[in-house]
Design a binder for this molecule. Structure first.
Ligand code: PDD
Length: 279
């Protein structure tokens, strides 16, 4: 099944879709987005993603061009158009369409959606990461389209045969280019606090929920690269990649010392997804 695109009410094969040059997403990245997997026609954690989209938009004073319920219907309509079960659904809202000028223009925001078939990752795979100075801005809690530092960090990781780049600000670990990162130490889960330096991932909140079920204490606090390297386990989470165990950082063996707890967390995160999307 081919991928499908949507722009302000129009649908078509994704590769054939066009958006106007004057959409502010094109020249300012002036918009917000969300992405989540679908399975069996069910959009995973839809309410949480819709709520975060509206929160991100509100931070930027962008008015989403429809209410939450209507957006939910539009997203579900996209999924219903696909004949495959496993997909990733992406949607973004840009501030609007106007000639280039920094102040906000008159007029309505633009909604764009795309749905693409997706093969879920093999979560038993162990991955390697690099570290990178976090050169992003100070609004990382808002899921904006401005992703150049993330793109550069991910490319650097891939050029070194690695899965992700673990970002840090002057040694303080924040997150990865497109996922959150967490460590296990002495049986506790340690995760960077949900401040303006990270995106509070929805998979991160699912992970915390699973920790609750397993009796694993969650400590949200700053930690540095040295602590990361000495952790019992290191792993990433995101909606589309779920959870990945990191066993090498900058070419040095790391983590991999609390398999039982990590595997219980991994099974919990995946099991939660399967349960929510089973029919
Ligand atoms: N990225 N941190 C960053 C910087 C991200 O871009 C993402 C998600 C996450 C994890 O958030 P969540 O658990 O809600 O997916 C954390 C998406 C998948 C992307 O950009 O494709």
């Amino acid at each position: 099944m081919q991928a499908i695109g949507y722009y302000n009410g129009e649908y078509g094969p994704l590769e054939e879709m066009k958006i106007p040059m004057l959409d502010r997403a094109v020249y300012y990245g002036d918009g917000v987005y969300e992405a989540t997997p679908t399975r069996n026609g069910i959009i995973y954690a839809l309410d949480a993603h819709i709520d975060r989209l509206y929160r991100s938009a509100a931070y930027l004073s962008i008015t989403v061009p429809m209410d939450k319920q209507t957006l939910e219907c539009e997203l579900k309509r996209m999924v219903a158009l696909m004949d495959t079960g496993d997909n990733v659904l992406y949607w973004q809202v840009s501030r609007g369409t106007a000639r280039r000028a920094h102040p906000f223009p008159e007029g309505h925001a633009n909604l764009m959606m795309m749905i693409t078939p997706y093969t879920f990752p093999d979560l038993s795979e162990q991955v390697r990461c690099i570290t990178r100075e976090d050169t992003r801005f100070l609004h990382c809690n808002i899921k904006t389209l401005n992703l150049i530092p993330s793109v550069m960090a991910m490319q650097a990781a891939r050029e070194r045969g690695c899965y992700e780049a673990i970002l840090h600000r002057n040694g303080r670990v924040t997150e990865c280019s497109k996922s959150n990162v967490h460590i296990l130490k002495d049986g506790c889960l340690i995760s960077a606090p949900a401040d303006n330096l990270i995106l509070a991932g929805i998979a991160r909140s699912h992970l915390f929920e699973v920790c609750g079920h397993l009796g694993i204490q969650v400590v949200e606090r700053a930690y540095d690269v040295r602590e990361l390297m000495e952790a019992d386990e290191i792993f990433t989470t995101s909606s589309t990649s779920f959870i990945h165990r990191v066993t090498s950082v900058d070419g040095i063996a790391a983590g991999g010392r609390d398999s039982a707890r990590f595997e219980a967390l991994r099974d919990g995160v995946w099991g939660r997804f399967v349960k929510a999307t089973d029919i």
